[in-house]
Design a protein around this ligand. Sequence first.
Ligand SMILES: [Zn+2]
Length: 218
Amino acid sequence: MDKMVNPRRSRSKSSGPAAGRPTREEAETAVRTLIRWAGDDPDREGLLATPARVVRAYEEWFAGYQDNPRDYLKRTFEETGGYDEVVVLRDIRFESHCEHHMAPIIGRVHIGYLPQNHVVGISKLARLVEVYARRLQIQEKMTAEIATTLDEILKPHGVAVVTEATHQCMTTRGVHKSGVTMVTSRMLGVFRDHAETRQEFLSAIGMRGAGAVSNGSA
Ligand SMILES: [Zn+2]
């Protein structure tokens, strides 16, 4: 069962690291508090090293705050050399965390764009996804951020981004709905304005006839 969702325009600008970042020691103390809140004893042997491990895991999961994708995209785009067809990169796997529960969001992003003057390497598109995924997110916002950043830097004729993901805050708690995939999309330029171009992209990512995918014009 798939749930189609209209991406909403995000209200807040993406922001860098919060001012006055706590020390590693403070972060580890916070993890100890959560362990006690869960009902366990942070001083028992099996848990002694856990706060340090959790804080290191956070450094990895939330590394996206240290990175500005606009900078490296600007440095790395190349001339199209006359290429004027749609470029599609599909099935870019990502792991993120929802900003409501800090629970994992796991899924795939598909990106398409119709270049005007510039193209960008595959690894750079994958890194673009990774930077936004490695922040606290909502799927709708992440989808829009990826599309908007590509649009602003490459200035193509259009950008299409579709994200499919499962949210562990839905599968492991609350409503406990397993097997539910949320699909969000953001279509800009020709992908928004021309049904044929949009369909070409949706077919390329295996969503043939997926006319029900919203075009993100919210
Ligand atoms: Zn959540």
